[in-house]
Ligand binder design. Structure first.
Ligand SMILES: [Zn+2]
Length: 245
């Protein structure tokens, strides 16, 4: 079954944080969505590979994903190698998504920057039929970047107000990552609220972008090309008016 939207992240939880609200919104609208984590997160300071895989399952259910996969690219060693490009080309051709989400190409974590480059190149190369993977070539319609550490001036912002609480649930599914460091049991649910600063940052960022389009919470996205508009009268309908919620 083909996907409508496929989000790539270097690690499980990258896509949830960057575009989780939009993925939930798309699934709620009947679109088929998927997430692919390039690594198993074995270099994370907290949580084993087994725990992270289980959390990835929990989060996928909360996001309403039609597909989710973890690849086996080594964590903290994501390279834009031909071998890795082929892996991504194969996954893009397997899922045939209409749009692809990738992390913004400027980041603190080298894996995020490399993932951005890998997805951008695989997005293009997946259409070349002489690159043989035993699958038909595919040209997804659009490559869209979500922010990780650093902000950018968005090309557009998606209103995720109705789905923001569910996004938070999906993020909190990664109990091992978002618990406080001083807990003995990283899976103890009370660790979730022991780091309010983390959730505060997610919340204030969502509100900051929501405010830019007159809604409660928003997720910003960046595309490299100009956005084609055929009918500006229809495109800039009444929902584009600035309205304070
Ligand atoms: Zn990450």
């Amino acid at each position: 079954m083909e996907l409508d939207a496929l989000a790539f992240g270097a690690h499980a939880d990258d896509a949830e944080l960057g575009c989780g609200g939009t993925l939930i919104k798309l699934a709620a609208a009947g679109h088929r969505t998927g997430v692919i984590a390039l690594t198993r997160g074995e270099m994370a300071s907290r949580g084993s590979v087994e725990i992270r895989a289980r959390e990835f399952e929990d989060s996928a259910a909360l996001l309403g994903l039609a597909a989710h996969e973890m690849l086996d690219i080594p964590d903290a060693r994501v390279e834009a190698s031909w071998e890795n490009k082929l892996k991504l080309i194969q996954r893009i051709r397997a899922h045939r998504p209409r749009i692809i989400f990738a992390p913004y190409w400027v980041d603190r974590h080298p894996d995020h920057e490399k993932t951005s480059q890998l997805v951008r190149e695989a997005f293009f190369l997946a259409a070349l039929k002489k690159i043989e993977t035993g699958q038909p070539p595919v040209r997804p319609h659009k490559l869209i970047f979500y922010p990780t550490r650093f902000d950018f001036t968005p090309s557009f912002i998606v209103d995720v107000s109705a789905h923001h609480p569910q996004k938070i649930r999906a993020i909190l599914a990664y109990r091992s990552q978002f618990g406080a460091d001083d807990r003995e049991d990283p899976e103890a649910p009370e660790t979730l609220i022991s780091r309010p600063a983390f959730l505060d940052r997610i919340e204030s960022r969502a509100r900051q972008y929501g405010a830019q389009i007159g809604v409660l919470q928003g997720e910003p996205f960046l595309v490299r090309e100009a956005i084609r508009v055929d009918d500006p009268v229809e495109f800039f309908g009444p929902e584009y008016l600035w309205t304070i919620p």
